[in-house]
Design a protein around this ligand. Structure first.
Ligand SMILES: Cc1ncc(COP(=O)(O)O)c(C=O)c1O
Length: 302
């Protein structure tokens, strides 16, 4: 921790107070902890500005409503807390998370209807999914043997902590010497990975699953960039066989932007280097971080 700022490793907001991140705790009976009964959102700060903060807030509040929860803070107040967590930390590059949990019902009942919902937030140093070296060489993915929880059971567009399938897949990928995993749905179509959406490129057309996945903000940005750059893009079912034969593959996430994939299982894509369309989208994504309409600057003390 840097001298003088107790929040330099990150700042959390718990029960209405700002605390150094290492001191932030969750009441043990909170259903968010006991039952994963929570929704959350993650927005990044690069070079001192939030990226697409309003879109993250839209998604966060939509999902709180879908879980029949009420955020104890207004949307403006949530925005203020997120900005304040970053300002206090002094972090120029941060991973900023807002969480709404079911809270805890009174001791004499277990009824989630009786629970008072809670809001938590924190800003922590930004740790990219893929460092510069991994981005240059491209990621190595495998297809996990477990299937993604079906959307008929858990709505994947409500950002959630039902991650057992994704985490098991990540262990499996690492056991096989790969960087990460993508999971298929019960019909054998591509879904997503632990914290990212997936795209593939076939004869110049960008394809991404249209259902059974989170409506990622980075995914949306990539789709919008395709339109802006006149690159055909389709949201569609992608069977594993089609995915494995793609010309290019990339993944998208707030925690990493547009990240090239150069190997799936034992298949090396293209010439083993990030593909040209992926590269164009990555460059365009990075350029959007200079575009004021997407940015919310933080007014730091220094
Ligand atoms: C399951 C899942 N899919 C996709 C994403 C990517 O979404 P975004 O671009 O909004 O970060 C995430 C982000 O955490 C995720 O958890």
């Amino acid at each position: 921790m840097s001298q003088g700022n107790a929040f330099a490793d990150g700042c959390a907001h718990v029960a209405g107070n700002y605390v150094p991140i290492a001191q932030a705790g969750i009441p043990i009976r909170d259903f968010g902890f006991l039952r994963s009964d929570a929704t959350y959102d993650v927005v990044h700060v690069w070079d001192g500005s939030f990226f697409r903060l309003e879109d993250h807030l839209d998604r966060f509040f939509r999902n709180i409503g879908r879980l029949r929860m009420t955020c104890p803070l207004s949307r403006d107040a949530v925005a203020e807390v997120l900005i304040e967590c970053v300002r206090k930390s002094g972090l120029r590059n941060a991973y900023v998370e807002a969480i709404c949990t079911r809270g805890e019902p009174p001791v004499e009942t277990r009824n989630p209807r009786d629970a008072v919902n809670r809001f938590f937030a924190f800003a922590a140093p930004f740790v990219p999914y893929a460092d510069a070296d991994a981005k240059r060489r491209g990621l190595h993915l495998v297809i996990g043997s477990l299937r993604r929880i079906p959307p008929e059971s858990v709505d994947p567009t409500v950002k959630n902590y039902h991650w057992h399938d994704l985490t098991a897949g990540l262990f499996e990928a690492q056991d096989k010497g790969a960087d990460n995993v993508v999971l298929l749905d019960l019909d054998g179509n591509l879904t997503e990975g632990p914290g990212f959406n997936v795209f593939c490129i076939e004869n110049g057309t960008v394809l991404t699953p249209g259902r059974g996945v989170l409506d990622g903000i980075t995914r949306r940005t990539a789709i919008e960039l395709c339109t802006a750059l006149s690159i055909p893009c389709e949201e569609t079912d992608i069977p594993a066989t089609r995915f494995l034969e793609a010309d290019e593959v990339f993944i998208t996430s707030t925690a990493g932007g547009v990240m090239p994939v150069t190997r799936i299982k034992s298949r090396v894509l293209g010439n083993g280097a990030p593909g040209p369309i992926t590269q164009r989208l990555d460059d365009a994504y990075l350029a959007l971080h200079q575009d004021a309409q997407y940015l919310t600057p933080v007014a730091y003390d220094d």
